[in-house]
Design a protein around this ligand. Structure first.
Ligand code: ZN
Length: 267
């Protein structure tokens, strides 16, 4: 009975958040020591430590809390420049009858590691239906399956304080009705405020990387600096500190995922 309840709870948790980001509690084994000390680290922008999210953004002087009126109720922080731009965009959208709601923002290495390892170990189902540990015994296959929607720790744009998830973690939501109006507004106006959708539909312009995410928007004046930094400095072999990190070089995580974004978001 207890096992049945656990399985049911796990399915429900996964279904409410098919993508990368939920802030639901995750039942995980006792964590290994962190590969860094969040309390000693206030990395400069840009730097390798900043890029890989190995700091506590709530303690970083460049990060600010997001006002509750902009969010789904959970606490979030953003880089202050991103936040100022988001406030301008939010006001302009509201004037057009569009309400933008932040449903995820900055997540550091450790938070991403919790999400990644829960999927790696099968505690959290992929897209609500698949146990990665059972479906993909080969580490590279398993990593690619998780990477449809979730980043490896150390490689997420959500580490940077530059990226937000808006309104719903579900492409279908943005295909009709209110969601379609919101997405159309964003595609027409977000660039005015510095925001770009990095994970557009796969195609000739974007053959590799994460699947489409209509909810994920990136503040380019900061994010392009970090993308450039990653292109120059981030190496697959340096990705470490979590279960499955050994797959990073086999799948080319930097080239295919970190740099596999909408070309318009690299300019
Ligand atoms: Zn996102």
């Amino acid at each position: 009975m207890r096992l049945t309840l656990l399985l049911l709870a796990s399915v429900l948790l996964s279904c409410t958040s098919p993508a990368e980001n939920s802030e639901e509690p995750i039942v995980a084994p006792a964590p290994a020591p962190l590969p860094y000390d969040v309390h000693d680290s206030v990395p400069s922008f840009p730097s390798y430590t900043f890029l890989t999210g190995k700091f506590d953004p709530s303690e970083h002087p460049d990060f600010v809390k997001v006002a509750a009126g902009y969010t789904d109720g959970d606490p979030y922080v953003l880089h202050r420049d991103t936040y100022a731009a988001f406030e301008r965009m939010h006001a302009a959208a509201l004037a057009d009858g569009i309400k933008l709601i932040i449903v995820s923002a900055t997540r550091n290495f450790d938070r991403q590691r919790q999400i990644w390892e829960a999927k790696w170990n099968g505690q959290r189902l992929l897209e609500g239906r698949e146990r990665a540990d059972e479906a993909y015994p080969d580490p590279a296959d398993r990593a690619r399956a998780i990477l449809r929607y979730s980043s490896m720790p150390g490689t997420s744009r959500h580490h940077w304080g530059t990226d937000v998830d808006l309104n719903a973690l579900n492409n279908g939501y943005f295909a009709e009705g209110e969601g379609e109006r919101i997405y159309r507004w964003l595609t027409e106006h977000a660039a005015t405020y510095g925001f770009c959708q990095p994970y557009t539909a796969k195609g000739p312009d974007r053959p590799n990387g994460y699947e489409e995410e209509r909810w994920h928007w990136s503040y380019l004046p900061l994010a392009t600096q970090l993308t450039d930094y990653a292109a120059a400095r981030l190496k697959d072999a340096d990705i470490s500190g979590f279960a499955g990190a050994e797959a990073a070089p086999r799948i080319g995580v930097v080239e295919n995922y970190v740099l596999g974004v909408n070309p318009a978001c690299k300019e």
